[in-house]
Each structure stands twice: as structure tokens, then as C-alpha cells.
Design a protein around this ligand. Sequence first.
Ligand SMILES: [Zn+2]
Length: 452
Amino acid sequence: MTTGAPRTCLINGHIVTVDPDDTDFAPGYLLIEGSRIVALGPMADYRHADDVDELDCTGKFIFPGLVNTHTHSFQTLIRGVGEGLPVWEWFSQALDAVVGNLTVDDAERSAQVSALEAIRSGTTCILDYNYPHPRPGMADAAIRGFRSVGIRMILARGIIDCGDVHSTIINDTDAELEDCQRLINWHHKSDDDTVRVWVAPYTIFSTSRTAFSRAVHLARAHGTGITIHAATPSTLEAAHELFGSTDIAYEKELGALGSNMLLVHCTHLSPVDITTIAESEACVSHNPASNAYLGEGTTPVIDLMSRGIVVGLGTDGPASNNNQDMIAVMKLTALLQKLVHQDPGVISARTVLRMATMGGATCLGWSDEIGSLEVGKRADLIIVNPWLPNTVTFGDPVASLVYSATQENVETVVVNGRFIMKDRLFAELDVADILACAQLEGTALRNRSGLA
Ligand SMILES: [Zn+2]
């Protein structure tokens, strides 16, 4: 029985499913009907059908699409701004100079470039922590930008209503929460559920207690998620000044921690904080490149996972990375843990891949639909070509992806059953034109902001 939707079958590839049993099919087949995976298994079980388009993946690897749990798309227009500055100066000299000057067109363009970069580096789902709102319509424009490429996304609407940081984008509390509500009403689960809307108190020093509390209730009322930068050197310092406690303790006391909460960074956690997170079932987004770039330490990934805390991976914004490449983030995740623990066996490539796929999907409350290749799930996947000088010779496909591959190995990307990039080409987009426009618009933004 078929639905009449187009059917495409990937055949002869090495399929790494990341299902609960870590099943591989080598070689295997994977049948897509409409937006979903309707069958997969070993090639020995495959039967050709005349109404199915077949794509031969001989010699290729097929993985679930990577899930980027944290970025700030607008920063594509200011990659690398403020390099080398300590974090408070980075906020004030680099980001503060820019955020108030962003236009609605900037929001759309930067999201479009972010989506292109994500797809080219194997990411099929991305959370945009979308916090600069100097004028109305910025979030809607970002959604338009992402959707013009076709990536699955969460727009996490940032909330900034107090504090000294980012003074040009502090808005009235009611206006911030009303816009969150409007965005949920308009966009949440839209476009065949490829777009979701979350709420995102920026930090404990930029979001008032009232706004934070209202955001928690709004997320619960709509069954959606909430995310905040947490347990970083700056949030911890501010929390001790403001509340005499850690920010995790404050968030617990506020009633903000639960399974729909995604805590970003968590490089500075006390043992009590770790217990609090574990008991609350909140998840953690680990952003190793950004943590290293800003000299903020690294997340105790192994400790967190040993306590049952789900850890996903993120790039953070390209002003502190300075790209949004999840393949690079996977490698860095593995290397940093080996380095910190001085133990090469402390984390495996399979564990890192699981963090970047199912871990991310769980962090985003989306693991029932994405994160692994299983019958009934959405067809979000990547086809990786290992026949390049940086990956030949290869053995285990997972180790090849995590340690040897670069984004050049990502050949084809499918989101929601749609071939967004095929053989590294975007059929419906003029990528060169988009990048040329972005370069001009980024230069104009830096000029307007006095950063040129
Ligand atoms: Zn961030």
C-alpha cells in the first residue's frame, strides 16, 4: 500500500542508522515515500519496483542528518568580529556595535547563508537562537531565509528586556512575550512541521525574572521548548552578583528546568548543578568550538552523560566559531574529551555521532521524528562520499566521518524527503548570487556599525 507520494530508494550504500541497537546495513537500501522513511534493510531483502526512483549509493555512506542545537544565524554577516577579546568586551565592543543596526533584510540573508552552510556540511536541522530584534519582523525574516533553502529548523525567539549588555536591543517585557506568542501562533509546526518555534531567554543578566517566568509558562502552555545560555563564566559571575547563587540554582528555583529545557554551554558546573540538571531531565547543548574560541573551558561531557543527561552538539554563532560546520564540531568534541581526560578511549566516534544526531534530536524534543534512520521517521539524511584524498583509505564509516571527513565529503542532503543538495548542487538556488549579496550586506553592516 502506498500513499501515491513520490518514492525514491537509496540502494547499495553503507547505512548507519543510529537506531537503538546501532544497526548498520552494509550494503543496504532505504526507501523514502513523501517525507518519510517507509522501509530499510539489507540489500539482500530489497525488491525492485517500477514506480520507485533508485539512487545507486555504491561505495557511499548514509547517515542521519546532523542536528545543530545552537547557533545565531545573524552572525554570518559578522564572522570573526572582535576576535581575541575577552567575553565581556566581545559583547560590548563587537556585538553591541552591530546588533542594533541589523535590518529585516539582514536577518533573512544571514539565515539563508546559515542554511546553505549547514546543508553543505551535513546538517539537516538547526536551532537558530534568534535574539536581535531591533525592529519588528526579524524572526519572520529569519524563518523565510531558512525556508528558502529548505532546512528543518527551530526559531528560538530570544528575549532581552534588561541589563547592560546589548542595550540597543532591549525591548519592553510585554512586547517581547507578545511577539513570542505571535510567532508560535503563526509559525510553530508550520510547513509540514519543518518549522518550530521555541522561546529563548538570552541570559540571566539580560532577561528579567518576570520575562523568564512568563517564557517558561508560555513554552509549557504550547508544549514547546525553551533554551538559555547557562553556566558560562559570564552567566555564573552575574548570577553570583545578582542572586548569590549559580545560574543553574536560580533556574531551578524559578521552576524553569524540565525536559523541554536546553541549557547551552554548561562549561562551569558544580557537582550540585550537575545533580540538579540530571534530576530535572533538562538537556545540554555542547559547543566546543565556541567555548575554545572564547577561552571559556569545556563542558564535562563524559560526566554529564554518565549521569544520564542528554548532550547534543552545536556550533554557536559564527562570530565565535567562526563557522557552522557540525563535522568539525564532532571532531573537536572527541579530541577535547580525549585531551581533557588524557585518555584516547574515553569517547568513541559512535558516541560522538549519536550526540550529533539522536542526542541533538532529543535536545530539540524532536527524537520521535528525526535523529536516526528508522521506518516511520522523517527522511532527513546525508549521503557521504568517502572517495576523496582526505578520507581514503577508510574502514569504519563512523570514524571516517568524525575524524577524516570535511564538508567536501557531504555529497547529497535530504530534508523531509526532499533532495535539498544533490551532488553538492542546489538546483533551485543561485548560491553565488546569494553569497555575493551577503558579502555586500555584511560589509554595509560593518560600515554602519563603525567596525570597518
Ligand atoms: Zn550562543
